[in-house]
Design a protein around this ligand. Structure first.
Ligand SMILES: Cc1cc2nc3c(=O)[nH]c(=O)nc-3n(C[C@H](O)[C@H](O)[C@H](O)COP(=O)(O)OP(=O)(O)OC[C@H]3O[C@@H](n4cnc5c(N)ncnc54)[C@H](O)[C@@H]3O)c2cc1C
Length: 420
């Protein structure tokens, strides 16, 4: 039986944005600049703001607003604009399914709603990798949780998660939580990182670990978890080049809490359902420079496209996605623009976008594969150097970007980004 026959309400919108975090809010605001474009923004939580609502530390907005804001303050600036412009934002609403032709089924406060959209912007963010994804051997006590879950419990629920804490993984969430736990009276024993370098921003290493004298052990991992009901301690081991624990290096550390800060996974189940092709490295959609995925009319931005370190870049990228989604929905163009393929070459882990139209100047985001200093990043087309830019510091924790002018792209069919 069709949805219409079942009596489920069906509405039409030009642009439907899924996810009310910073990406979704910026995309909706930009799509709504066109007064004829009917925009709907969907958020499953009761409040707009996404992950920012639990990030009560400051450091947001330095590029976008030229001010250091807390997460909720940054989010509030966008929420106020949405309200002032009267844009339709439905909270407490979850997208259940998304089809290739931009038909979206929603569950909104106990009722079902079908939206036939001209274009869809994916802005669903990320979820954290858990212990299950790491397969750490040992017991299964309480007290082992992701850093984001701990942040949510402490900052949103006013619940203290532990007294004696170890952190596995030096991603930004883990570093921020190390400082937060000390400020709340816990003892943070150490942060352990399997890689030979930290996977967090340099400023977070200084402000969250060095300033609080919390040691960071590189090339080290948790090799066993011990505890009957509550965590009693962990065994840590040094790892070899293949990241395998080295026998004989084990050390026991007593603690009641282990936080995991070991990576984020873009929430792309809906995208896959709609047939969107994902980039195996980013876990996000493979997009053109209008941020359209392989499926016409489905756009992607923010952490669901690739994990960002700075929210400012999320907002800028999402504005582009919103603008181009509105343009597509209003019939100004009709298909993904994949004229020039962008390849991640030597020294580069990934690039976004993965395709260019050649019709516009563009900024390509990239992550280097390894830390390095005083390097040039080149854009090559065969043997031609299309562009080169100097980077005093390259680090996998810091997203880089390189600008290309439309004129540089004339006549190209593929380009490669490499570290010289
Ligand atoms: C702990 C932490 C510290 C950080 N510190 C900084 C910092 O100091 N400075 C800085 O600039 N950046 C920082 N960041 C990064 C920044 O917060 C993120 O890059 C940014 O929030 C990502 O925005 P987003 O909108 O893509 O995702 P999110 O903020 O995760 O929002 C995604 C939204 O989509 C919703 N959603 C998902 N699926 C559905 C569905 N099916 N239906 C409806 N809604 C759905 C979710 O509920 C969520 O609200 C930090 C991030 C974290 C986690």
């Amino acid at each position: 039986m069709s949805v219409e026959m079942m009596g489920i309400e069906t509405v039409e919108r030009d642009v439907l944005v899924i996810g009310g975090g910073p990406a979704g809010m910026a995309a909706a605001l930009e799509a709504g600049v066109d007064p004829d474009c009917r925009v709907m923004l969907i958020e499953r939580d009761p409040e707009l703001g996404g992950i920012l609502n639990q990030c009560i530390h400051d450091g947001f907005g330095l590029e976008y607003f030229k001010e250091a804001l807390s997460g909720p303050e940054y989010a509030m600036r966008f929420i106020q604009q949405l309200r002032a412009r009267g844009l339709e934002a439905r909270t407490g609403t979850i997208v259940e399914s998304l089809s290739t032709d931009c038909v979206v089924d929603l569950s909104t406060k106990g009722t079902l709603l079908r939206v036939k959209a001209g274009a869809v912007v994916l802005a669903m963010g990320c979820r954290e990798r858990t212990r299950g994804a790491l397969s750490i051997p040992g017991d299964r006590p309480s007290g082992v949780l992701t850093a984001g879950a701990a942040q949510n419990l402490m900052n949103m629920g006013n619940v203290m998660v532990g007294k004696r804490v170890c952190i596995l993984g030096s991603g930004d969430i883990g570093l921020i939580m190390a400082r937060r736990l000390v400020l709340e009276g816990a003892r943070v024993e150490a942060v352990f990182e399997i890689l030979p370098y930290s996977s967090g921003l340099n400023r977070n290493l200084r402000q969250c670990l060095d300033d609080f004298r919390i040691p960071l052990y590189l090339k080290t991992t948790v090799s066993r978890i011990v505890g009957k009901e509550r965590l009693e301690g962990i065994w840590v081991s040094s790892v070899d080049e293949g990241r395998v624990p080295i026998p004989g290096t084990e050390k026991f550390i007593a603690c009641d809490t282990l936080l995991l800060s070991v990576g984020l996974i873009p929430e792309n189940e809906l995208a896959v359902e709609a047939g969107v092709v994902l980039d195996p490295v980013t876990g996000g959609a493979s997009v053109d420079d209008h941020l359209m995925s392989s499926v016409p009319g489905i756009f992607s931005c923010g952490n669901v496209l690739h994990v960002h370190d700075l929210v400012d870049r999320v907002s800028m990228e999402a504005s582009l996605a919103g603008r181009w989604a509105a343009s597509y929905a209003m019939g100004r163009y009709s298909a993904p623009l994949r004229k020039i393929a962008v390849q991640a070459g030597s020294g580069i882990r990934y690039t976004v976008p993965q395709y260019l139209s050649g019709t516009t100047s563009v900024s390509i985001s990239f992550r280097p594969a390894m830390p390095d200093t005083s390097r040039q990043v080149l854009v090559l087309a065969g043997k031609d150097v299309v562009s080169r830019q100097s980077f005093p510091r390259l680090h996998p924790a810091e997203m880089g970007s390189i600008k290309l002018q439309k004129e540089d792209l004339a006549g190209r069919t593929s380009i490669e980004v490499v570290v010289e």
